[in-house]
Write a protein that binds this ligand. Structure first.
Ligand code: ADP
Ligand code: ADP
Length: 222
């Protein structure tokens, strides 16, 4: 089942010096339900821009973006996710439910499940300053899953962490993906990470000039 269809998507930025910069040029991408798609490519090739457009954080200039689900609802995990420093782990994870007015007995029960799923049940009532960088990213993952997003977007979520923590979190994320059945769009420039995690790796390559190309490689089921 197709969740998101990106067709001939184009995006141009105007730089401070008034130059046109093509970030995306006729990009096509189909995201199926349950996919774990990694977007890889060198810095500046447009990965973040594509993710931000799909998640609605940014507009596109040309082409189309179609969501097939009725309640289109995306979660986003950034490289440096900002947690509310005065809120506990639990309060941070509950927060999206509060702003979306979806605090019910059922959704609140799920918050504790999510905190357990990311391995932070002992830190439920801790403040962010008491947590390591890896733990904060776990909170961020739980928070973005709390309102049950159609697609979970992750932009180099472990990029700021040391190699060992990153390996651990990749293993965890793999398990979380299998347990939750979520559709995940993941940006990285680490090919090992992409191959380890994904059902599909999409390579974005910058050409001299501004044209970018996307080649999907289907790695099949594991
Ligand atoms: P990646 O995530 O692959 O590193 P980005 O999507 O961040 O690439 O950037 C793609 C291109 O678009 C780059 O040339 C970048 O400088 C440019 N760009 C991204 N965001 C903006 C912005 N808000 N304003 C101007 N240029 C931008
Ligand atoms: P990422 O976390 O994916 O590396 P960044 O936010 O660091 O994304 O930006 C990636 C690229 O986009 C960089 O080259 C940066 O200079 C460019 N960029 C991002 N935002 C802007 C902006 N507002 N204006 C100009 N360039 C931008």
């Amino acid at each position: 089942k197709v969740v998101v269809a990106v067709k001939d998507l184009g995006k141009t930025f105007i730089s401070n010096t008034k130059e046109k910069m093509t970030a995306l040029d006729k990009v096509n991408l189909t995201v199926n339900e349950g996919d774990f798609i990694s977007l890889i490519g060198p810095s500046g090739c447009g990965k973040s821009t594509l993710l931000r457009i799909i998640s609605g954080l940014e507009s596109h200039d040309t082409g189309s973006l179609t969501f097939t689900s009725e309640d289109e609802n995306n979660g986003f995990v950034f490289q440096d996710s900002v947690l509310f420093p005065w809120k506990t782990v639990y309060q941070n994870v509950v927060f999206p439910l509060e702003i979306k007015k979806q605090k019910t007995k059922e959704t609140l029960a799920k918050v504790d499940e999510l905190i357990e799923m990311v391995g932070l049940e002992k830190f439920r009532n801790s403040l962010p300053k008491e947590l390591s960088g890896g733990m904060k990213q776990r909170v961020s993952i739980a928070r973005s899953l709390s309102y049950n997003p159609t697609v979970l977007m992750m932009d180099e979520p472990f990029g700021a962490l040391d190699a060992m923590t990153r390996d651990t979190l990749n293993l965890e994320l793999s398990r979380i993906w299998k347990e939750s059945g979520k559709t995940i769009l993941f940006v990285t420039h680490d090919i090992d990470e992409a191959v380890f995690l994904s059902t599909k790796v999409v390579i974005m390559s910058p050409r001299p000039g501004t044209i970018k190309e996307i080649l999907p490689i289907d790695l099949g089921e594991d």
